[in-house]
Design a protein around this ligand. Structure first.
Ligand SMILES: [Zn+2]
Length: 323
């Protein structure tokens, strides 16, 4: 085959695909009927096509249409199958998500995005539930040890602060302008409509002591030091001691409310790390079993079917209005 012949053949193939599409579209209006996912190894058992679980085969959803494994329009191998149906003739086709937009199905892009996000949501909700249960179990199992360690940790911290005589705090320090400076700033036409910012603002480390010392100028014009009780210090110690029930409170809430297990584990790890102990073994969020993965597939199928049923109803109603 020479180059011109090859180019002609290519042109012919391309134009044929376009012509196919024109023919398919001319049959009438197409709607999305079903979405399902299949991948990995498959086999025939008594003439029935089934996923081969040993070879990583899987099916999410219900197989519909007559053509599997590849897109019925472009022939590409696909895992995500969309069964579209011609409203006028009832004919169906299984195509991939790359081709769906070729068929100009109203809102097809949004529908597919909806299916995708639903699939992800079912998956993450299920995983979250399993990992929350795992972490709840770990908490209950270790609660006494964790509480004891935390009490020791807080008591040590309070002792240390009392011995040292202060705790350190980051304070946002702003320096004020004098009234004269403020007047001058607002008098400047360039600053019309603007709000005056602090002269200087920064984080500074302050030592908070039970008793603070301030200097003042007395009536003789001499600098003199006066002591005053710092209420912040006592408050801080009280706050630390109140935090002793951290694990008990966390456990009480966590047994009732679902949280994000990844965030929870990170926060548990950070707290336990402070104890510097070998007594507590931190868990790893476990992998799902094959049965659990199948269960996710079943739940996804259920939810996707419900969603598509709803969409179909809306689409068909739309058709009635059009008449
Ligand atoms: Zn395709």
């Amino acid at each position: 085959m020479n180059q011109i012949e090859a180019a002609n053949l290519k042109l012919q193939v391309n134009s044929t695909r376009r012509m196919d599409l024109a023919e398919i579209k001319a049959k009438g209006r197409w709607v999305i009927d079903n979405v399902f996912y299949m991948g990995g190894g498959w086999m025939y058992e008594n003439d029935v096509l089934k996923p081969n679980f040993d070879a990583g085969g899987y099916l999410i959803g219900t197989m519909t249409g007559h053509h599997f494994f590849s897109c019925e329009f472009c022939g590409t191998y696909i895992k995500e199958h969309i069964t579209i149906r011609c409203v006028e003739t009832g004919e169906t086709m299984n195509i991939g998500n790359q081709c769906i937009n070729e068929f100009m199905i109203k809102s097809s892009e949004s529908i597919m995005r909806g299916v995708e996000s639903l699939k992800r949501k079912v998956d993450s909700d299920y995983r979250r539930q399993i990992h929350n249960e795992q972490l709840r179990g770990w908490l209950l199992e270790n609660l006494d040890k964790l509480e004891k360690l935390h009490h020791e940790f807080i008591d040590n911290m309070v002792d240390e602060i009392k011995q040292r005589g202060y705790y350190e705090e980051q304070v946002w320090e702003e320096t004020d302008w004098t009234p004269q400076e403020v007047d001058a700033w607002y008098a400047n036409p360039e600053n019309r409509g603007r709000t005056i910012a602090p002269k200087r603002a920064r984080w500074v480390t302050v030592q908070q002591r039970p008793v603070n010392i301030k200097t003042r100028i007395n009536f003789r014009g001499e600098e003199e030091a006066i002591e005053y009780v710092n209420p912040k210090f006592d408050e801080h110690i009280r706050g630390l001691l109140a935090g002793k029930n951290y694990w008990r409170k966390t456990n009480e809430k966590y047994q009732k409310i679902d949280w994000n297990p990844k965030t929870m584990l990170k926060s548990f790890e950070a707290t336990v790390e402070q104890y510097n102990t070998q007594l507590i073994k931190m868990p790893k969020l476990r992998k799902l079993t094959d049965e659990e993965r199948l269960e996710i597939g079943r739940k996804q199928q259920e939810q996707i079917s419900l969603f598509l049923e709803k969409i179909k109803k809306i689409q068909e109603q739309g058709l009635e209005i059009r008449i």
